[in-house]
Design a protein around this ligand. Structure first.
Ligand SMILES: [Zn+2]
Length: 631
């Protein structure tokens, strides 16, 4: 393979000489055996990926590439970035093969690689849309062409295949294309930049796999040249593609959310491999602004449908929230790199919030329907809406489903890290974690129950640290019955000479809680939401005895927990109930009065029932609200 250092089986693996203070573990070193994340991995393999593989033919990704190779006729199908769906699907299949080997996965990778090799031009260029439809416009309209974006997803698929020991031809195709990009955009002096960031992080990963320094050099150039007006206006303006300011000067995330967040992942990757502190500093500055002013309770980002974009600060409407599933994924990738760079638990906290809410809601309980858009409220009028209605099995623009699949296949990568003296656990899942000489098993029913029991299976004959994240939401955390005292990074570090059979019991506080929004979030001012542990809750019409749009909660409302082994359509869950008011007000005439609206309202005492947000829209599909007004 020619890899220049030992490859961890995961999607973001800094080199040993990088600035990473934490090193990732491979998907073979972390086994997830249950809980919502384990269940998601099961349905991803059993239902989502088979659906995706069918779509690679039906939606045109593979047929388009055969057309580019001259091996098939007919019209080009789909969008100009149709190749990228195949690349994400290949990456999902590769990680899945790494989790549990399957000959059919290797066969799919090899067959697709042969199609790609046949389609690839002799100079290394590869993009079915431009080869079939617009051969005279290659690299001429980078502001919207997605050529480097598609290339990036190819590189990530190839890196995944190589790290799980397959896909030799796929890696060869990827390297030829990467070398072509270097020829044109680094050595050839072309200052073009793709309007959709993605290739940055992917080229750093290909550098990590191969040791080819020109890939890293090209990324540095692409990042340093942003904000100089080198990306032509695609009609959406310079903010849309983050070309309004140099990356070191921009202080808040703007424009197309997925582009901004993939760009940030690339920026942190370049910091990790070059030590350029100015890149880490600017990315952290934007992260802090995003968290404080542009992040939904679910961890979702990108509040505007117009341009799939970040809104202004505190512009966070629950009903019109865009929150593309891909933005949640890109956010996890960015946070993960910041976590590796700094060791700070705040990034793992946001990964947890995003993973269990914005991202987990993207997929139905049966794994065959997906949300592209993830609002925090659905009005009953919108149940049939194409964008804000129910989950769908596929999309004309299908960026999200295969992106979800590759992320879920590689979830184990995001659970824990090591720094040679410690195993640092960031996410709590039942299963096993192994890092060199140290191994633990983890028993837990998290996030339904707060107890997490670690049992040491193997340990070195010297002091070793087991470090456990204390989530910011856990008000009263104990370790072996004593109050936990987290360090400055938010972890409890347990340093001792461990013996096999030693146990540690972490108890997280899952008392349900009411959450109040910052006063400047106008759209939900005067409302409250319910959370329990990492889970955001929502009120679905199907669980209420009154109209969900009329429900109001009292701040004193006692929240009651209802454990459900199997809620039909949903599966294992814990519901939260509260005493509430249903407040009805006549709807005739202007909906504005010179007296408080309560004046004409009638109210009734009712029980409001909340279900975890990630499990919504799995039953009859009615109205839903995360935020309820205060009574
Ligand atoms: Zn998407």
């Amino acid at each position: 393979m020619g890899a220049f250092h030992e490859q961890v089986r995961g999607p973001a693996v800094p080199t040993p000489v990088s600035r990473a203070v934490q090193r990732p573990l491979g998907i073979g070193e972390v086994t997830i055996t249950g809980g919502p994340l384990g269940r998601w991995q099961e349905i991803n393999r059993a239902a989502s990926i088979p659906l995706g593989l069918v779509q690679m033919e039906q939606a045109g990704s593979l047929p388009n590439l055969r057309r580019a190779a001259g091996a098939a006729g007919g019209e080009f199908q789909g969008y100009r970035f149709q190749d990228s769906d195949l690349y994400k699907q290949l990456e999902a299949v590769a990680w899945e093969h790494g989790r549990a080997p399957a000959a059919e996965y290797v066969e799919f990778i090899d067959q697709a690689a042969r199609v790609l090799a046949a389609a690839q031009r002799a100079d290394g260029y590869l993009n079915s849309h431009y080869q079939v439809v617009k051969p005279d416009r290659i690299y001429a309209e980078l502001e919207y062409s997605h050529e480097m974006y598609c290339a990036g997803h190819l590189f990530q698929a190839a890196v995944a295949a190589a790290r799980v020991g397959v896909g030799e031809e796929l890696v060869a195709v990827a390297r030829r294309f990467a070398d072509h990009l270097v020829e044109v955009f680094l050595r050839g002096g072309d200052d073009g930049i793709d309007g959709h960031a993605e290739v940055e992080s992917a080229l750093v990963e290909l550098y990590r796999l191969t040791g080819e320094g020109s890939y890293l050099e090209l990324v540095r150039k692409l990042i340093d040249n942003r904000g100089k007006g080198l990306i032509k206006d695609s009609g959406m303006g310079p903010l849309y593609a983050q070309d309004h300011l140099p990356v070191r000067e921009a202080d808040t995330p703007v424009g197309h959310a997925v582009r901004q967040l993939y760009l940030e992942a690339g920026i942190v990757d370049v910091y990790l491999e070059t030590g350029d502190e100015s890149l880490l500093a600017c990315s952290v500055r934007r992260w802090e602004d995003m968290v404080a002013t542009k992040t939904y309770l679910t961890g979702g980002v990108g509040s505007r449908h117009d341009g799939e974009a970040f809104g202004e600060r505190y512009e966070l409407p629950p009903d019109r929230a865009y929150n593309e599933s891909c933005a949640a994924i890109a956010g996890v990738y960015w946070n993960w790199r910041l976590l590796l760079a700094t060791g700070q638990g705040r990034y793992a906290d946001l990964i947890e919030r995003t993973l269990y809410n914005a991202l987990a809601a993207s997929t139905s309980a049966d794994g065959v329907r997906f949300f592209y858009v993830n609002p925090l409220q659905r009005r009953s009028d919108l149940v049939e809406d194409a964008y804000l209605g129910r989950r769908r099995d596929w999309f004309a623009c299908a960026c999200c489903p295969p992106n979800i699949m590759r992320t879920i296949s590689s979830l184990g990568h995001y659970v824990a890290t090591t720094d040679d003296r410690a195993l640092v656990v960031h996410q709590y899942v039942p299963g096993a974690i192994r890092s060199g000489e140290f191994a633990v098993s983890v028993a837990t029913d998290f996030p339904w129950d707060g107890r997490v029991t670690f049992t040491v299976e193997r340990a070195p004959e010297r002091e070793w640290t087991l470090s456990l994240r204390v989530p910011a939401w856990s008000a009263a955390t104990t370790v072996d019955g004593r109050p936990a005292a987290p360090d400055g990074n938010g972890y409890v570090a347990l340093e001792r000479t461990w013996r096999p059979g030693d146990t540690v019991e972490l108890e997280l506080d899952l008392t349900p809680r009411l959450v109040h929004p910052h006063r400047r979030i106008d759209a939900v001012r005067g409302s409250v939401a319910v959370e329990r542990g990492p889970l955001v809750y929502c009120f679905e019409q199907t669980d209420q005895g009154a109209d969900v749009e009329e429900l109001a909660l009292s701040p004193e409302a006692g929240l009651r927990v209802l454990d459900k082994d199997d809620l039909p359509g949903v599966g294992r869950t814990v519901l939260v109930e509260a005493d509430a008011l249903a407040i009805a007000q006549p709807g005739a005439g202007l909906p504005y009065l010179t007296t408080p609206s309560d004046h004409l309202a009638t109210s009734a005492h009712v029980t409001a029932t909340a279900v975890p947000y990630f499990q919504w829209d799995n039953r009859d599909g009615g109205a839903m609200r995360v935020w309820l007004p205060l009574a």
